[in-house]
Design a protein around this ligand. Structure first.
Ligand code: ZN
Length: 534
């Protein structure tokens, strides 16, 4: 890969979570950060430690992430007016996050300084200068986000420029021009970015746009044309109001249309997009450019005929380059690469075009049609591959399960009870457990039943549970998809279940979670015993 001319800065975990309906738990954030890193994102903004204690906790846990490529950034503001920077509690929290990068935002718009901050333009510049210098002195890479830069520049260019100079002189590594209200047009963005580059040629310039005029992506591209070399945005464009610049579109535009390499595995883009949707429990947007289900779908007879002769006739890129596929020809090979990659990771290499690969792909497509989604459920995909290859060993046979829910009217906490009847190698076991909810009680009963046969099952616990209703189409009833994350304390894995019944969907995901642990564990003991000479 050529040297990167543009760095990608992801703020899904911070600005993205400002969006309505986009909530992430601490665990979700860690999972997404790991994915972004594997995909080749350069910077990951994890949160604002000064704004909420949950973000402080995230940075605490993120210390164990061991990112391979990306640098983690903590976000915050400049020091408060008339407060020495070393005494500013919010700035102290930024340092305590112990990230290699700190991004701070400051005011560029004179109106905001005098009317909102109610201080002088001189003090505003001192706040920027002091904060950047203090963080640089503490050996942080400091990225400066110039809030409302374009609005501020249009009002008073000299004031806006001088705030940037203050950040640059204090040692900021990048000056990020923000279109905070999302109202600027691409021509203005390009023009003003060029002016900034001319005035401050030594410090790289970045761009942070919002999508209020549906120009978030166009404005980021315009800034690059004007000399910006750093783009901030979110996966799938999540963010407050109408969202942020959509990295899922910006990245392929840079890489495929402008010949600016930004990530090593662009073909994993679609998977990343679905992953973030699934983890945040949001429906996938079918008309999303590049990664949407219909992005390369052809309906009109003439178009279908033409794309069959030459796909370029109605497709602006090769769908496979972003991990998508043409939606009419349903080629036998489409989508195969992801499955082959997963199988290789499992130590079960498959040959492209082989009978096994085709069978597995067919099964995945059938299940996806039923409402399954494997992007955040690698555990279920692993089991599917094992089953189709005949390498799955039966760990238990379910005979039946039963659940009940008791709601009292006297203030007594509600109780869920689950019964699980199963057998292991013909030995039956029946257990009952009480829990806080249906899934909790089923999980307890299942693990209790398996414990006598597999003592290690005690290590496994359920850490996350998400339910989504999938719209019924083609006159079918609505289905429920349940995603579960389990852990054994060392690693975690996601599994999925789909059914018209929420309890059955939960059971399927639960049983997969437990079964996967047993598959892996059984493999481990077998390998160990063949290696030892006892
Ligand atoms: Zn923003």
């Amino acid at each position: 890969m050529k040297k990167k001319a543009v760095k990608i800065y992801d703020t899904t975990l911070r600005d993205g979570t400002q969006g309505e309906g986009f909530q992430l738990s601490g665990l979700d954030k860690l999972r997404i950060a790991r994915r972004l890193d594997a995909f080749g994102i350069d910077y990951i903004e994890g949160g604002w430690p000064g704004s909420n204690p949950k973000d402080v906790e995230f940075f605490q846990e993120a210390k164990s992430l061991k990112l391979k490529h990306a640098k983690l950034a903590a976000f915050g503001s400049t020091r408060r007016a008339h407060t020495p920077v070393a005494e500013d509690a919010q700035v102290r929290l930024l340092l305590e996050a112990e990230t290699p990068v700190v991004t701070i935002f400051g005011k560029s718009w004179e109106m905001q300084v005098t009317e909102v901050l109610r201080t002088t333009v001189e003090e505003n510049r001192a706040m920027i200068r002091d904060t950047v210098a203090h963080l640089v002195k503490n050996r942080r890479e400091v990225i400066y986000d110039a809030e409302h830069f374009f609005d501020g520049y249009k009002d008073s260019p000299e004031h806006a420029m001088r705030t940037l100079e203050a950040a640059a002189e204090a040692g900021a590594s990048c000056l990020v021009l923000c279109d905070t209200n999302g109202g600027t047009l691409p021509s203005e963005i390009m023009q003003i970015t060029m002016e900034v580059r001319k005035r401050i040629p030594k410090t790289p310039v970045g761009i942070h746009t919002h999508n209020d005029c549906e120009l978030g992506v166009a404005n980021a591209i315009a800034a690059v044309k004007g000399g910006a070399s750093h783009i901030q945005g979110t996966i799938n464009g999540y963010g407050e109001r109408t969202g942020n610049c959509n990295l899922t579109s910006v990245i392929p535009i840079l890489q495929l249309k402008m010949d600016i390499p930004v990530v090593p595995h662009l073909e994993q883009l679609r998977e990343l997009s679905y992953f973030v949707d699934d983890v945040s429990n949001n429906p996938h947007f079918p008309r999303a450019p590049f990664v949407g289900r219909t992005a390369f779908a052809h309906k009109g007879g003439m178009h279908v005929n033409a794309v069959k002769k030459n796909s370029r006739s109605y497709e602006h890129i090769q769908p496979e380059s972003v991990g998508n596929s043409q939606n009419i020809l349903v080629s036998e090979l489409s989508g195969q690469d992801n499955i082959l990659l997963k199988a290789t990771q499992l130590g079960l290499p498959l040959e492209k075009g082989s009978k096994e690969a085709k069978i597995i792909l067919k099964r995945v497509k059938e299940l996806e049609h039923q409402g399954y989604s494997f992007e955040a459920a690698g555990g279920s995909l692993e089991l599917l591959i094992l089953r189709e290859l005949g390498k799955h060993r039966k760990t238990f046979d379910l005979t039946e399960y039963h659940t009940s829910f008791r709601q009292y009217r006297d203030g007594h906490a509600p109780v869920c009870e689950a019964t699980v009847k199963l057998s292991v190698d013909g030995t039956p076991e029946l257990t009952v457990a009480e829990g806080h909810g249906v899934v909790n009680s089923l999980d307890l009963a299942l693990r209790k039943a398996l414990l006598p046969f597999y003592p290690d099952i005690a290590k496994v616990s359920l850490v996350d549970y998400k339910v989504r209703i999938i719209d019924g189409h083609d006159a079918t009833a609505a289905k429920t998809r349940v995603l579960i994350v389990s852990t054994d304390g060392e690693s975690s894995w996601g599994t999925v279940g789909v059914s018209e019944n929420i309890i059955e969907a939960s059971w399927l995901a639960l049983a997969d979670g437990i079964d996967l642990f047993l598959q892996r564990h059984a493999n481990k003991t077998k390998r160990k015993s063949t290696g030892s000479k006892r």
